[in-house]
Design a protein around this ligand. Structure first.
Ligand SMILES: [Zn+2]
Length: 281
């Protein structure tokens, strides 16, 4: 029996990688933890001269103090992935932006996971699935196996070995044409040099009428994708705008765009304009 067969037979809901977000939350931060993190990043930011990151770290620390110290007893936010409720999600930042209400303290879900936890049941209801999950996130696999009772899910990741199909390059996949009914691919495309090849490959391995559910970070109130000369600190080649839809339409017959924020009226911490692209072959 080859390695892939051994892996795929071990579990039928797809193996998971600890390297991807949505594994286990860090808990609600206390005052000491917030200040300690700020103090360590402050020194690094000063030494590197990255004032924008320094300011963003100050903003996220003050937001977390407000949320987890002053509003500690409130339960205004609910995580639809794990049912945790509390005063807010953990605010994080990088040099470009502050991500308010980002990480669930309990399950480490991000805005996209919480949005997808509402969207996937709508898409997958009463469907016989044959799904390939790129860079699998534990929280979403858990939802698919427990809440949706999905069985035939396979996982793949270029970097992690603890998946069903390790080492697959999304720009040049080893799978045959027409292999899967569904593909789930979150925050992967921005990490590859040739996104057009990735879309082409995703379409190729889908069965006719199959669907790829794709999320990619971007500013979707803007039209144009910003292409970086070098990858940014997150390993991203681009920051996407709405023009990515045109590129997707080169390889898919239909691209439905859904703002996952609109799926919930409760405060699930799903960002406005956090888009999911549902691409039909
Ligand atoms: Zn959660």
């Amino acid at each position: 029996m080859d390695e892939i067969s051994k892996n795929t037979n071990k579990k039928n809901i797809g193996q998971i990688s600890k390297n991807n977000p949505g594994w286990k939350g860090k808990g609600e931060p206390n005052f000491k933890a917030i200040i300690f993190k700020l103090a360590t990043t402050f020194k690094t930011n000063l030494l590197s001269g990255d004032l924008k990151l320094l300011i963003n770290n100050l903003k996220s620390a003050s937001t977390n103090i407000s949320t987890f110290i002053f509003k500690k007893s409130q339960e205004n936010f609910v995580c639809p992935c794990c049912s945790w409720s509390g005063p807010g999600f953990i605010t994080t930042c990088n040099s470009k932006r502050v991500n308010y209400n980002s990480n669930c303290p309990n399950c480490d879900s991000r805005s996209r996971h919480r949005g997808l936890s509402l969207l996937l049941p709508i898409i997958f209801e009463n469907k016989l699935l044959d799904l390939l999950f790129f860079a699998p996130e534990k929280i979403l696999l858990k939802i698919m196996s427990e809440k949706l009772n999905l069985a035939n899910v396979k996982t793949t990741d270029f970097y992690s070995s603890d998946v069903d199909y390790p080492g697959e390059d999304i720009q040049n996949l080893s799978f045959s044409d027409h292999s899967f009914n569904y593909i789930l691919c979150n925050h992967v495309i921005e990490h590859v040099p040739h996104d057009d090849l990735a879309f082409k490959e995703l379409s190729r391995i889908l069965k006719p009428q199959g669907k790829a559910i794709i999320t990619i970070p971007g500013d979707y109130h803007l039209n144009e994708t910003v292409v970086f000369e070098q990858t940014d600190s997150n390993g991203h080649f681009r920051h996407y705008g709405l023009d990515v839809i045109k590129k997707m339409k080169t390889y898919f017959t239909e691209v439905e765009t859904l703002d996952m924020h609109t799926l919930s009226s409760l405060d699930y911490g799903i960002r406005i304009n956090d888009l999911a692209f549902i691409c039909t072959k």
